[in-house]
Design a binder for this molecule. Structure first.
Ligand SMILES: *Cc1c(COP(=O)(O)O)cnc(C)c1O
Length: 423
């Protein structure tokens, strides 16, 4: 079947503006608060804290900056204040989600920590509590866990929190992709000792960039605020007792975020409609949507993804620069579907490549529910991958999920994907 490409590209997830954003940006301009202080920042901090239901928030330059200060804070709590030039984690191991964006992991390394990756479960595509428990058996001294809620779907929070409590470990929540999602009626970003959200251009709401640090502790919020503005002490000159960062959010960026916040729920319902439409369109195909805990979770549906049933996978091989597949009747693979989506002038994406198979982390340990996954990583055992993350990476992909995509455009994308399976 021939499909005509869209004239304008359909993105995976692009910024959706509404008009108020530019008014708050203008206000910053006309009042000359063109800096890292001002009304927009104060407002955004208060509005986000209220939405998440946590006591304190600090607006920062990015989600990555927020995660960095989460990790630094946790490191100082656990291991004391480092000397200048020393990381707060100083060689200590940290348990971390395996299938995620590298920004979840990198901050552990900024502070000299050693990430140990924890395998994924099939129910929510997040950290597997059984693998986490196994990791504590292998490394009982670890005291810090970094958990991501992938694609806006809350992970197994109760189980993970119980395991952290049992092993006296702190929990950092990377809620960068999941702002607005909730678990048992509580917003993600409220479960961690420290949490981070992101306002990057492709997230559920955006400031073009920006992030937020969240915590229940006033003292910790004040510490992060101080670190983020170069760690200045109260003195008439620039006095420093600690290493500082230039991590504060700009009042201009905060204007964009401020204008977006009232549209969070609208964006979520648009994303949910997109998810439901895909689900309906694929109901007779051998694929499943990215799953969530229907009883306890309300995702923000940031990205719609599919995973192809094992029996319906045609053969594919992928290297960093090339991908090949052998087309088969009634079967398909992420490579074939991504090529078909791209030919339509739309944007799809592979699922995040597991961190344990990233070259930079090749020497870091990786724990599955059965123990260290390193020995058998990427090996096919009886036609199955030996770890869940690699399996999801091999069979899954992210679909165009832009909230400006029309139902008619989405129908074409659905038809193209159906066509890959010969339907
Ligand atoms: C986007 C993202 C981040 C980083 O946020 P930035 O604002 O881009 O720095 C961190 N973790 C995850 C899972 C993300 O998707």
């Amino acid at each position: 079947m021939e499909f005509k490409p869209f004239e304008e590209k359909i993105w995976l997830s692009s910024p959706t503006m509404h008009g108020e954003e530019i008014e708050y940006v203008n206000e910053a301009y006309t009042t000359n608060w063109m800096s890292t202080v001002g009304k927009n920042i104060n407002n955004v901090e208060a509005m986000i804290a209220e939405k998440v239901g946590c006591k304190h928030s600090v607006a920062l330059a990015s989600g990555t900056a927020a995660l960095h200060l989460c990790v630094k804070l946790a490191g100082e709590k656990l291991y004391g204040i480092p000397k200048a030039g020393e990381g707060a984690l100083r060689g200590h191991k940290v348990f971390c989600s395996d299938v995620t964006f590298s920004a979840t992991v990198n901050p552990i390394c900024y502070e000299g920590g050693e990430p140990v990756f924890i395998d994924t479960e099939y129910d929510t595509w997040n950290m597997d509590p059984a693998a986490l428990e196994k990791a504590f058996e292998i490394y009982p001294d670890v005291r810090l866990v970094v958990l991501v809620h992938l694609y806006g779907v809350p992970g197994k929070i109760d189980e993970i929190k119980a395991i952290c409590a049992k092993h006296n470990a702190l929990l950092i929540e990377d809620a960068a992709e999941s702002f607005g999602a909730s678990y048992k009626g509580v917003q993600t970003g409220k479960f961690g000792d420290y949490s981070a959200i992101s306002f990057n251009g492709n997230k559920i709401i955006t400031g073009s960039s920006g992030g937020m640090f969240l915590t229940e502790s006033l003292a910790d919020a004040e510490k992060v605020r101080k670190w983020s503005t170069q760690s200045r002490e109260a003195a008439s000159w620039y006095q420093h007792e600690e290493i500082g960062y230039n991590y504060r959010m700009s009042n201009v960026i905060a204007g964009v975020v401020r204008g977006q916040i009232p549209y969070l729920e609208e964006h979520i319902s648009q994303k949910k409609a997109i998810f439901e439409r895909y689900k309906e369109g694929f109901k007779d195909l051998p694929v499943k949507m990215n799953p969530f805990d229907v009883e306890n979770s309300e995702p923000n549906y940031w990205l719609s993804c599919i995973i192809i049933d094992k029996e319906a996978m045609c053969r594919q091989v992928r290297s960093d620069s090339e991908a090949l597949y052998i087309s088969e009747d009634g079967k398909s693979c992420p490579t074939e579907i991504l090529e078909a989506i791209s030919a339509l002038n739309a944007e799809g994406r592979p699922v995040w490549k597991p961190m344990h198979s990233q070259p930079i982390f090749r020497r870091n340990d990786f724990i599955t529910a059965l123990g260290s996954g390193r020995a058998k990583t990427n090996a096919y055992i009886d036609g199955n991958f030996s770890d869940v993350g690699t399996d999801i990476f091999e069979r899954g992909l992210c679909l165009p999920s832009d909230n400006k995509m029309t139902p008619e455009q989405q129908d074409v994308i659905i038809a193209v994907i159906r066509n890959c399976f010969g339907k």
